[in-house]
Design a binder for this molecule. Structure first.
Ligand SMILES: Nc1ncnc2c1ncn2[C@@H]1O[C@H](COP(=O)(O)OP(=O)(O)OP(=O)(O)O)[C@@H](O)[C@H]1O
Length: 946
């Protein structure tokens, strides 16, 4: 058996707001060559020829074309800030002075009373160890012993391009520059290497992890050559300019890597399909009269299908008529068609909100050719973002896929303000909006009708999901202000699935047995679902050792490997995929014949969704669940990893709204540090912050996440001299701490001082860096927010929030209990009448599922029958020994209970605590019981201590 799982093992692509990784891990891009910041290098031999140094050209004499940086900046600055700051060449030596003066104008325009000469006290003179524009040592002879290299600073997680060179030397000579980074890789089909190179040189905007763990992709499909195989493709639509532009390389190419290639190919594949006259004519007909007949003609012309499936026509007609609609269709029933067809018909843009990048990429790939699409994710470079924006503004895109986190980004929202009409917002996996759903995501919480109407002027909303209880549906309808009459709901489990369950004391052996006997032995495509990432690898290896070829799939694997597994599976080259829940969303393989649940699903919703991957072609398919109570206890334990104590909540709120944090100013909370300090998981912190923004009383305005701690290195001018010319540097010098001889400061604090945004601070630093004056390093990704109102009653607020979180936790546990109760009923309670026989329980499972989804909170009476052990006679004594033997740690009752259950938490991570003798020892005892026992013991001990 594998060792007890902990948070890091699990994987549910967002199915838990807690212990599991919601989405694929972000892949770090390798550090790129830095434009000016120099590196200390060994002296060249005195005999060697002096190499020409790169000298900045005086601005007045420069005749060269504008730098790529400036060209890109012109595209990329919605506020015109870049243009103002860098109106004179940023490459010139005088650039810092020039940009400083325009920056000064910016600051004064924001803050008319601001007087830079009096706003700050004179900057403290730099301590002697400050590397203030120290002249670079003369080049060393090549055979001389190399000088000690200053320690290289590790690239900050969120801004890989900002790796500073620690030494204050001028830029190195171009010719002898050592290789600083991996050579740039350009997509073989790159349309324009020049523009690709420009993109490479571009310093990047720092990003936090605000959009989940998305990998970085060129999701706009640049860097490939457009081939017109079909003459009809060329002639047709109003979107032609977009295609020609790209073919001509007018749209810059991003640097290619394997992931980009993968997406580019997906887009190419889509475009090859072409557009026909029949489609255009059919669209015109529907615009004139959206009758069933015309819509079916369009369906035939565009997709080749003869008729709509159940629910599709009604949903499409509603949307085309501008009526917001909630659509619940089983997996594989064809929900995508319900936004694609309206996107062809409606005049404006269709925005599709999707929870996972991989899902967006799949959906983008599946868009028909006549629907030009694009994608915006946080992992994109600012070039890619601005290129997409250009296409949007030019009306060259009909469908845009975005992650829910985009709605935090003002720059994104501004694209649509007044100019770009959005005809439809389609929210995929809409159940993520509801905290009562099986897959709640805090970032979905912000998707309210008020935001969509107010900020985006959206004309219609289509919410789509495959599974939702009545309570979840009510919440979605409320949040999106969809009239309940516009709920279109089909039965949630397909009739062609044979469902069976058996108890298992030895799941591995039983799995082998299952796979080697009928009906699974004859199947070509089977998915085995596991709960934890480590489990998938382990099970996969076991299958392979037993001559069953299998591959594992989970979100911890590199994107490339995942795509490969999916590809091989779809082309029937792998028979068995052992996967976490990450496998399946967007998987459109119609002939999966079997689904085996090696681990108990966390809810009936999850069970339906995963079994729904089988038999999408309508043929009889089989789904089997291996039930063991050990897994149930483990998963149930993990459900307690999100809970927060009222005490911790109130301390957290006091810090958020502390007197240092003024109303109206930008505040920040470093994610990792805050999470550890209050022992609250990062996802839960985000949930609390979102709740403070969208609750009855709006306390804060949430900003995108940002790396807020900046370390500054000066290279040319001394800090004081630069501060005289540049008010931002002046503010920095005033607000910095000296660490290791460098200036370290908090970006929000500078932004507040100068009354500008954090992006504006960052843009200005970039300008100075580009002129060779400075380099900088960013770290500490933080939640950023502006306080709108401080709470009047902290205690009441923390009590409310704690109660709400505890209800969410209970709801999650109830869902798991309902799943367990159903499985238990099938194997123990079912009388095997009415069609059930042996381990086959399709009728009774279907009946229970109907009951579950019919009830308001999705639970049934049998849920309470879940038998957790009562307290153990040794519990109290063990807790006492545990606390006493770890007296160095500051325990709360919750922390003790988590350790006894083997649950990792930010302050008590499994890496440290799983070695403890008591780790996971009481996993079968009810969590609240352990908390109570721990509380009693802690009170006793603190009484003795006094
Ligand atoms: N009216 C139709 N006739 C025939 N096939 C259809 C029809 N509508 C959709 N399909 C096909 O059904 C398949 C599944 O569609 P789609 O991916 O949109 O399902 P879905 O409901 O979004 O599934 P999931 O919940 O898994 O994302 C696709 O291959 C699609 O082309």
């Amino acid at each position: 058996m594998y060792s007890p799982p902990h948070a890091a093992d699990s994987d549910s692509d967002g199915s838990l707001l807690s212990d599991v990784s919601a989405s694929p891990p972000r892949r770090r891009t390798p550090p790129r060559p830095q434009p000016p910041p120099p590196k200390p290098r060994p002296r060249p031999a005195s005999t060697s020829k002096p190499k020409p140094k790169l000298k900045p050209t005086p601005s007045g004499t420069s005749t060269s074309a504008p730098s790529p940086m400036l060209r890109a900046a012109a595209l990329s600055d919605p506020h015109g800030l870049t243009a103002r700051i860098a109106s004179v060449s940023a490459l010139t030596a005088a650039a810092s002075t020039v940009s400083s003066s325009s920056f000064r104008r910016l600051v004064q325009s924001r803050n008319p009373s601001f007087d830079p000469d009096t706003a700050f006290t004179a900057p403290a003179s730099a301590p002697s160890e400050v590397p203030s524009a120290v002249p670079c040592p003369p080049p060393a002879a090549s055979d001389a012993p190399p000088q000690v290299r200053p320690k290289r600073v590790k690239a900050p997680a969120s801004a890989p391009s900002e790796v500073p060179s620690a030494a204050p030397c001028p830029p190195p000579a171009a010719s002898d520059a050592p290789p600083q980074a991996r050579p740039k890789r350009v997509h073989p089909n790159s349309v324009s290497e020049v523009t690709a190179a420009a993109a490479v040189e571009q310093p990047k905007r720092p990003r936090g992890g605000s959009e989940g763990n998305f990998v970085r992709l060129n999701i706009n499909g640049y860097g490939r050559r457009r081939t017109f195989k079909n003459a009809q493709t060329r002639r047709s639509t109003k979107f032609r300019s977009w295609r020609w532009q790209r073919a001509a390389g007018a749209i810059p190419c991003g640097p290619g890597d394997e992931e980009r290639d993968f997406v580019a190919e997906a887009l190419l594949e889509r475009e090859k399909k072409g557009t026909s006259d029949a489609v255009l004519e059919a669209v015109e007909m529907v615009r004139e009269d959206p009758s069933e007949q015309n819509l079916v003609s369009l369906l035939k012309a565009a997709y080749g299908y003869d008729s709509f499936r159940e629910g599709q026509l009604a949903a499409i007609q509603n949307v085309v008529a501008g009526e917001s609609t909630m659509l619940v269709l089983p997996t594989g029933a064809g929900k995508s068609l319900c936004y694609q067809v309206p996107a062809m018909i409606l005049p404006g843009l269709t925005l599709v909100v999707s929870p996972l990048l991989s899902l967006m990429v799949d959906q983008l790939r599946k868009l028909p050719a006549f629907l030009p699409g694009g994608l915006l994710a946080s992992s994109q470079t600012s070039d890619e973002f601005h290129a997409t924006r250009q296409r949007l503004l030019a009306g060259e895109m009909k469908v845009l896929f975005v992650s829910p986190e985009r709605f935090l980004n003002e720059e994104f929202l501004l694209i649509f303000k007044d100019t770009l009409p959005i005809s439809l917002v389609a929210i995929d996996e809409a159940h993520c909006i509801s905290e009562w759903s099986h897959n709640f995501r805090p970032s979905y919480l912000r998707l309210r009708a008020s935001l969509l109407w107010r900020k985006l002027n959206v004309q219609c909303i289509l919410a789509m999901t495959a599974t939702a209880t009545t309570q979840t549906l009510e919440e979605i309808l409320n949040a999106l202000e969809i009239p309940s009459d516009n709920l279109i709901q089909m039965f949630q489990i397909r009739e062609n699935l044979q469902l069976s369950i058996s108890t298992s004391d030895s799941r591995l052996k039983d799995l082998i047995l299952l796979l080697k006997s009928s009906p699974f032995a004859d199947m070509r495509s089977i998915i085995v679902y596991c709960k934890f990432q480590a489990e998938t690898n382990f099970v996969c290896k076991y299958l392979c050792d037993n001559n069953i070829t299998a591959k594992s799939y989970h979100s911890g694997l590199p994107m490339k490997n995942r795509s490969r597994v999916q590809e091989l599976f779809c082309s029937n080259k792998i028979r068995v995929v052992v996967a976490t829940v990450a496998f399946g969303m967007g998987l459109d393989k119609s002939d999966v014949e079997g689904v085996i649940h090696y681990s108990l699903p966390e809810s009936l919703e999850e069970y339906i969704q995963e079994t729904g991957r089988a038999g999408r072609d309508g043929r009889l398919s089989h789904c089997h669940l291996l039930l063991d109570s050990a897994t149930f206890y483990k998963i149930r334990s993990l459900s307690h990893s999100d809970g927060v104590d009222e005490y911790a909540m109130s301390k957290f709120l006091y810090q958020m709204f502390s007197s240092e944090n003024a109303t109206g100013g930008i505040c920040s909370l470093a994610k990792e540090l805050t999470s550890r300090k209050f022992d609250i998981k990062e996802e839960v912190l985000l949930t609390i912050l979102t709740q403070l923004e969208i609750g009855d009383q709006q306390y804060i305005h949430l900003l995108p996440q940002f790396s807020v701690t900046c370390t500054l290195y000066f290279h040319k001018t001394t800090p004081q001299l630069l501060a005289d010319k540049d008010i931002l540097i002046r503010s920095v010098l005033n607000r910095s701490e000296m660490k290791g001889g460098n200036y370290v400061f908090d970006i929000p604090r500078i932004a507040n001082d100068l009354k500008i945004t954090m992006n504006e601070v960052f843009d200005h630093l970039k300008k100075l860096k580009f002129s060779g004056e400075i380099s900088f390093e960013l770290k500490d990704t933080a939640y950023c927010y502006v306080i709108l109102k401080k709470p009047d009653d902290f205690n009441a607020l923390s009590a409310n929030l704690t109660k709400w979180l505890s209800e969410v936790e209970s709801s999650k546990i109830r869902k798991l209990d309902a799943m367990f109760a159903l499985a238990n009923f099938a194997v123990k309670g079912c009388k095997r009448t009415g069609g059930c026989s042996g381990s086959q329980h399709t009728p009774c499972i279907q009946k229970k599922i109907m009951e579950y989804f019919g009830k308001k909170d999705g639970t049934s009476e049998s849920d309470c029958r879940t038998q957790l052990h009562g307290s153990s006679p040794f519990l109290q004594a063990d807790i006492k020994v545990f606390i006493q033997s770890n007296s160095f740690a500051k325990f709360t009752p919750r922390a003790v209970a988590r350790i006894m259950h083997g649950i990792s938490s930010p302050a008590f991570p499994s890496a440290t605590w799983s070695k403890n003798h008591f780790w996971g020892r009481y996993v079968e005892v009810d969590f609240p019981l352990i908390m109570e026992a721990a509380k009693a013991e802690l009170v006793k001990l603190s009484g003795k201590g006094e």
